[in-house]
Design a binder for this molecule. Structure first.
Ligand SMILES: *Cc1c(COP(=O)(O)O)cnc(C)c1O
Length: 387
């Protein structure tokens, strides 16, 4: 029996698809320590540099003193802490949402929420580049009809909506796409939702903290506020902590709290995480300089890549992909970069479509301009030698 899996693993390794675990010995930050060596890292989603912020850590410590470690139970039993209630209310007020519900992670949010929203009488329209958690939520939900529309192609989507015989319709999209760093056409999706009686679930994992006034995310950046839009985002990225929320109209969110199985049957996050997240979000909202700096770093990187003749996808977010195509090429480049002390994530299928393997360069407000220049020098050296 074991040989089946051993053989599959070997085959996987032969195809160059294996991804190792690299135990990090330091907090998140511009440099990460692995095997007692320091790497200048461009692979974390800690976009604002808050994952090890002293104020956020102090809030966690205070939470630890008040609540201890474990939540003890799921939220509907006795695991719903005052810290969670405060955080939900804070987010609802900040983002002008009627109600907010927390989940232990973004992945669990989608696995729980989508099967409540979508059933055997619902049509789902999903962007071809959506995150795996949206895809898996739909798999669990088993909709009557599933349309994958080409990435960002709202005209294709409009035609599909026009032809759809079902009344209950959900459009699912990333706000910022995790491997391309571009923003969904949210204004158009909002219009389509209004016009065709559809609902939209926006996964803003990479938009929250980075885009819009006060870092409120891609929806605020695009001026989208329709009651037909359900707002989801995670705390594990720019907010620097852990967990996720779904927010929208009160009856809808209250229904999710009653029915979402990952809410009902999974232990709530440790309350200290909620306490830390509250403080982290205050930093997100108030510290505009983090976003300004991040944007400046992004411009410098994009310009530098262009000067090297490398075709990065230009991006107004923290995600700057450099598509190299073939799996082995990406692996070779990322291995060479690591020898230079630079850690950049090599992203291959199934995370991205076949033939579009890439370096996913992610920036953080914790980086300095000098760090960007160091990366560009490393790329020049490595890509020059390679070519
Ligand atoms: C990371 C991510 C998630 C999952 O969030 P977690 O809290 O890490 O489980 C969902 N959607 C997108 C687009 C993501 O990048």
């Amino acid at each position: 029996m074991m040989n089946v899996y051993a053989a599959r693993l070997q085959d996987w390794q032969r195809q160059g698809l294996e991804r190792p675990h690299r135990p990090v010995q330091s907090p998140q930050g511009p440099t990460l320590s692995v095997d007692d060596r320091a790497y200048l890292a461009f692979c974390s989603n800690d976009y604002l540099g808050l994952a090890n912020d002293p104020r956020v850590c102090a809030a966690a410590q205070k939470g630890l003193e008040q609540y201890g470690i474990g939540a003890g139970a799921s939220a509907l039993v006795c695991g719903y802490s005052a810290a969670q209630a405060e955080l939900e209310a804070w987010i609802a007020h900040w983002l002008d949402l009627e109600r907010v519900l927390l989940f232990s992670s973004g992945y669990l949010a989608h696995l729980g929420v989508i099967p409540v929203l979508v059933d055997g009488e619902t049509a789902v329209f999903s962007d071809a580049l959506n995150h795996a958690s949206l895809i898996d939520g739909v798999r669990l939900a088993r909709p009557a009809q599933l349309t994958l529309y080409p990435h960002g192609d709202w005209e294709f989507l409009e035609e599909a909506l026009r032809r759809c015989p079902l009344e209950q319709r959900w459009i699912l999209t990333d706000g910022v796409f995790s491997m391309d760093g571009d923003v969904a056409p949210l204004r158009e999706l909002e219009r389509l939702a209004e016009q065709y009686g559809a609902w939209v679930l926006v996964d803003d994992a990479h938009g929250l903290g980075v885009l819009g006034p006060q870092g409120k995310g891609s929806l605020a950046a695009c001026g989208v506020s329709s009651a037909r839009v359900l707002h989801m985002a995670t705390f594990g990225k720019a907010v620097g902590t852990a967990g996720a929320f779904v927010g929208g109209a009160a009856p809808l969110i209250d229904w999710l709290a009653q029915r979402a199985r990952t809410h009902m049957f999974s232990t709530a996050l440790p309350p200290l995480v909620q306490a830390a997240t509250r403080v982290a979000l205050e930093c997100v909202a108030l510290e505009e300089f983090r976003r300004t700096h991040l944007a400046r770093l992004g411009e410098r990187l994009d310009a530098g890549l262009q000067a090297l003749g490398l075709k990065g996808l230009p991006s107004c977010t923290a995600i700057h992909p450099l598509i190299l195509g073939e799996n082995r090429r990406v692996m070779a480049v990322s291995d060479r970069l690591r020898e230079e002390g630079l850690w950049v994530a090599a992203i291959r299928p199934p995370s991205v479509p076949e033939g579009t393997a890439r370096l996913r360069i992610s920036l953080s407000a914790a980086h300095s301009v000098a760090h960007i220049d160091q990366l560009l020098e490393g790329l020049e050296k490595v890509m020059g030698v390679e070519a």
